[in-house]
Design a protein around this ligand. Structure first.
Ligand code: F6P
Length: 391
């Protein structure tokens, strides 16, 4: 049966670029295939609550650069385990049949599901029940397998990098240790990329449990050679070796607070003044970067073409610079974490970044300015005196 009408939803945590995908889906569907597009509000909830509306040219005009999502979203709307109040108790009810019924009654021939791994997992369960859909991966965390990048990540990264740049100047003025806590759940992509781009001195990520000794040694060595400030980027899911991740709300699975824990411990151990900045949802808001606008637009158009070719159950993806697709089932098999022996982690180590897993902190790895000071001090101490007789 030829496709005539498609639905589109945005689920899970929002990120910059969602509107760019919606726009690209609507424009491609209208321009290339003359399909009708129905926007489903608040993830899958719109289908259960009858909050769906037709999207036309006028609805997507001017939204390419707009943050958030014009459709709304939620990260609590799983139709298979829908929280429902029964006799003053909240119980999980399977409302998936109701949802599928709604898809049929709206005459939706296929869905474009824009979501992170949670929404894509739900999509997989819907596919098993016969729903025709394609996936578009989104998340600032960049932790979806099968795609090198998710849109939203580049924007979050540039926000985090800008914050680190700003913290550098105030850290240096006050001779403080500045700790920046960034998002990313169990993946350290934002922390690693922003830490490198912002020239942080230590980067703590969930994939590499850390110890305080090498971090404090680095801070003290920098102080000794005249660099009296240090910048530490901490991913919200980072944890000390043998310790646990810090949650703001464990039941709701909300990470947060490790920055303060690290700051307190460093202050205790080094006597240095520390300050914490938690970037939080600032990383998800605002206008997408040019990269994210482009990626989101390419993803949106490609998703419509997948439907046209009846390649249901697939997710669009970026591999290298090539736009491609893979089964959603493959993409959600596991999360894409930072390879601890990968090129990026190695580059960080090569340029003197401390991860906290070093056996000892090696002073020769100090940054260029500190190294110059160190060389100067060694010269002053006579260590480089060629006339000096070795004992
Ligand atoms: O998955 C995206 C993300 O921003 C994570 O980095 C973060 O842990 C989480 O969502 C925060 O979720 P919420 O918006 O529910 O606080």
């Amino acid at each position: 049966m030829p496709v005539k009408r498609i639905g589109i939803s945005t689920g899970g945590g929002d990120c910059a670029g969602l509107n760019a995908v919606i726009r690209a889906v609507v424009l491609t569907a209208l321009n290339q295939f003359q399909w009708e597009v129905i926007g489903i509000e608040d993830g899958y909830d719109g289908l259960l609550n009858d909050h769906c509306r037709r999207l036309d040219y006028k609805d997507v005009r001017g939204i390419l650069s707009l943050g958030g999502t014009i459709l709304g979203t939620t990260n609590r709307g799983n139709p298979f385990r829908y929280p429902t109040k029964v006799n003053d108790h909240v119980v999980m009810v399977d409302r998936s049949d109701e949802l599928i019924q709604k898809i049929h009654s709206l005459g939706l021939d296929a869905l474009v599901v824009i979501g992170g791994d949670g929404s894509l997992r739900i999509a997989l369960e819907l596919i098993a029940k016969g729903v025709k859909l394609v996936g578009v991966p989104k998340t600032i965390d960049n932790d979806i397998e099968g795609t090198d990048m998710t849109f939203g990540f580049d924007t979050a990264l540039s926000i985090a990098t800008d914050a680190i740049d700003r913290l550098h100047t105030t850290a240096e003025s006050h001779h403080r240790v500045m700790i920046v806590e960034v998002m990313g759940r169990t993946a350290g992509w934002i922390a690693l990329h922003a830490g490198l781009a912002g020239s942080a001195h230590a980067i703590l990520i969930p994939e590499i449990p850390f110890r305080y000794e090498p971090i404090c040694d680095m801070i003290l060595a920098r102080t000794k050679y005249g660099r009296r400030f240090s910048i530490i980027v901490v991913a919200e899911g980072a944890m000390p070796l043998g310790g646990e991740a810090v949650y703001r709300d464990k039941i709701a699975n909300r990470l947060g607070g490790i920055g303060q824990v690290v700051a307190d411990e460093i202050a205790n151990r080094t006597g240095k003044e520390t300050r914490v900045t938690v970037l939080g949802h600032i990383q998800r808001g605002g206008s997408p970067t040019a990269f994210d606008r482009l990626l989101a637009t390419r993803f949106g158009a490609a998703a419509v073409h997948l439907i046209a070719r009846e390649q249901f159950g697939q997710m669009v993806a970026l591999q290298g610079s090539r736009l491609t697709h893979l089964p959603i089932a493959k993409a959600v098999e596991r999360l894409k974490l930072v390879p601890v022996d990968g090129e990026l982690a190695q580059t960080a180590r090569d340029t003197g970044v401390v991860f906290g897993d070093e056996a000892v902190f090696d002073e020769t790895m100090l940054d260029a300015t500190s190294q110059a000071r160190r060389a100067h001090d060694l010269r002053d101490s006579g260590a480089f005196d060629t006339n000096r007789q070795n004992p």
